[in-house]
Design a protein around this ligand. Sequence first.
Ligand code: ADP
Ligand code: MG
Length: 285
Amino acid sequence: MSDVEPEVADADAVERAESDADETASRAVENPILEVEDLEKRFGGIVAVDGASFAVEQGSITGLIGPNGAGKSTTFNCITGVHQPSGGRVVFDDEDITGDEPHQVANRGLVRTFQIARELPEMTVLENMMLAPKNQIGESLWRSVLPYFRDEVIEQEEELRERAWETLEFFEIDHLAEEYAENLSGGQRKLLELARALQTEPEMLMLDEPMAGVNPTLERKLLDHIHELREQGYTFLIVEHDMDVIMNNCERVIVMHQGAVLDRGTPAEIKANEQVIEAYLGGEV
Ligand code: ADP
Ligand code: MG
């Protein structure tokens, strides 16, 4: 351990990494489904996201990596309407969704899961699934008192229920449908979270640390499901700490550091950028 690099990169290393990032402009994606331009988010004096720009290729599994505090979750929050960005632009499917409310973003086909799963513990798995829909007519209570709309509501509920069962079967947790969410293991909660996200019939899913606290067997399963869904045409943007998971499963990787994008490219390209890896990820790769 005599020739260990200093933990914080020197100014030269930062400059080299940044000029490398400029050179990767040629790595721009061809058919972006999501484009983030100069995104900025301030919390009082803290600049959590500081001019982040990147694009996600339609139909890809893209990884978003970076050390703790790099601004990954805040970026997710700004894209999906959980936070209002302080600046910049978010374009999804060629439409400007900057500052849209979470349900509007979900209605457009972009959904996310949270670093800490947000299932409702005192409801069953199936009930959790039924609470995740978009455009639910039943939401407008007054309509349900009119006979015509009541039929429509019932019909829509049946469709939802069917979809819920299909999704639970796909994730092999249909045997848990009547179980209270609070009785699920950590890994099963992650599956439920993903299943709920799919209830909204999205085009793209953003997963914030989907493998955290998941045992290796279930992790493999989750990854297989993600690949299978990608084959069906879904796009994924995944925040994940495990570099092997990112490098082995993503065709594109975005590296964030201090609120900005430091590099982006294929896993091979990111791995080749030793300055990035050593200076910012402590040589984890
Ligand atoms: P990551 O997900 O990459 O670990 P975060 O986006 O969670 O990073 O955090 C980026 C920075 O923003 C951190 O310094 C964090 O403390 C700060 N931050 C995140 N959310 C808030 C908030 N709601 N209020 C104040 N500061 C926040
Ligand atoms: Mg985070």
